[in-house]
Ligand binder design. Structure first.
Ligand SMILES: [Fe+2]
Ligand SMILES: [Fe+2]
Length: 283
């Protein structure tokens, strides 16, 4: 008897999401300043990305909370609960890294404060459905990056293995909950047009904000105007590992009318990680 392949929406309704408090056995102080291949460009890029997580994830939580009352599906309601737990814990861990980055001379918590001001403004002036569409777009970015983090070994090869563990944990949970906001959006009547319009605008604003913070960190380190920095950046984004070509197809897929995050069925990555990790407390 042949089993039919489950549809992305069937997969989505079966995924078990779990909030985990991790027990990492390292201190940020133990890491070298350039913990990503002794490379200023790559390390400050990841540091800049990390600074944007705390308020970004709070924005997602607000958006899903403000639409949650319209959800009728019991399983999705439960997934929402765990999504909120996961994002709250991620924000906390990345804030710890921001506090450490402050001690290295990067204005990381200042960036978080700016992000907070933007988040509160967005919460006040942008309708809940639009905030949810924004969240779906950014969650697709995090899902694409998470997939690369878990599968593209050329990308992560030079990363200090201790902090790589932290990024992989975040990547696993981003993969687990990659469709929660999307499903809430779809099940509460979110339109295709609003979804793709916000993806187009978020692509520009997110890349601009990330690049600005990244450039500022490089400038602080007196690395911004060095040829080696830009060479590393070109390689990282375009050549080897070539992050942008690696995610391009998945990015474009989001603009299809019938797109769903679980059409990339990468559940085996979750199983693989879980089999090797028990150093967490379920919450
Ligand atoms: Fe997260
Ligand atoms: Fe997320």
């Amino acid at each position: 008897m042949t089993m039919n392949k489950p549809t992305p929406r069937e997969i989505s309704s079966e995924v078990e999401i779990q909030g985990r408090k991790m027990d990492f056995d390292f201190k940020f102080e133990d890491l070298p300043r350039y913990w990503f291949g002794n490379d200023a460009f790559k390390t400050t890029l990841m540091n800049a990305l990390s600074c944007l997580f705390l308020e970004g994830e709070r924005l997602f939580i607000d958006a899903v909370r403000d639409n949650e009352h319209l959800v009728t599906d019991a399983k999705l309601k439960q997934q929402v609960k765990h999504f909120i737990k996961q994002e709250a814990i991620h924000g906390h861990e990345h804030h710890m890294l921001s506090e450490y980055l402050d001690t290295l001379g990067y204005p990381a918590t200042k960036v978080e404060a700016q992000e907070r001001a933007v988040r509160l403004m967005v919460k006040k002036y942008v309708p809940a459905k639009d905030r949810l569409a924004i969240t779906c777009a950014v969650e697709h970015f995090t899902a694409m990056l998470a997939h690369q983090m878990l599968t593209n070994h050329e990308l992560t090869r030079d990363m200090d293995p201790r902090i790589l563990e932290m990024w992989k944990w975040h990547a696993v949970e981003e993969t687990e909950h990659k469709a929660v906001c999307f499903d809430v959006y779809e099940q509460t009547g979110g339109s295709y047009l609003r979804r793709v319009l916000h993806m187009a605008t978020i692509t520009m604003t997110f890349m601009f904000r990330l690049s600005t913070v990244h450039a500022y960190f490089l400038w602080k380190d007196k690395q911004l105007f060095k040829w080696s920095t830009w060479k590393s950046g070109f390689n990282f984004y375009w050549k080897a590992p070539g992050l942008l070509p690696a995610i391009w197809q998945e990015y474009k897929d989001y603009y299809r009318r019938d797109f769903h995050p679980w059409e990339n069925d990468n559940r085996e990555l979750l199983e693989g990680w879980k089999a090797n990790h028990e150093n967490y407390k379920a919450v």
